[in-house]
Design a protein around this ligand. Structure first.
Ligand SMILES: [Zn+2]
Ligand SMILES: [Zn+2]
Ligand SMILES: [Zn+2]
Length: 145
């Protein structure tokens, strides 16, 4: 597939991820993943739609993101704004978000071990695939202001 709005490297990255998740290569999937690939922070559905280079119906977009999250390509998180946020994580990480100004910082601290503990504890789940975790606080600038 030849797409003008993506570099060859970006296309290769998207291909690799779609292959790993055993998802078919479609123009819409490429378009959505390219937006997420270039984003510097988690995006809402509205953010993604605004930046899309091709038209993707909202319902299709919801379904697609759901599939991406299920297959582990995209990380879905909750930043307590009442909306879901999506992020393409090259390296798995979490965020600390300022509850005053929204400043965001990435942290590598994770709960992978707790996920294992939950796995051992649960009776009804053979597989716990993923987790959601965010930290909140007031950033230095907002504290001193
Ligand atoms: Zn992030
Ligand atoms: Zn702040
Ligand atoms: Zn984690």
């Amino acid at each position: 597939m030849q797409l003008q709005y993506m570099t060859k490297t970006q296309q290769n990255t998207v291909c690799a991820h779609l292959d790993r998740a055993k998802l078919k290569h479609t123009k819409a999937r490429f378009a959505v993943l390219s937006v997420l690939l270039e984003a510097r922070s988690p995006l809402t559905i509205e953010d993604i739609q605004r930046q899309l280079k091709v038209k993707v119906h909202t319902v299709t977009l919801y379904r697609m993101l759901k599939k991406f999250v299920e297959s582990g390509i995209v990380y879905q998180t909750d930043l307590r704004t009442g909306k879901a946020y999506y992020e393409f994580q090259k390296e798995h990480h979490h965020h600390v978000t300022c509850t005053d100004c929204g400043l965001q910082e990435e942290v590598k601290t994770c709960v992978a071990r707790l996920q294992n503990n939950a796995q051992k504890e649960t009776k009804n789940f053979k597989n716990i695939n993923t987790h959601s975790l965010e930290f909140f606080g007031v950033c230095n600038k907002c504290t001193s202001g």
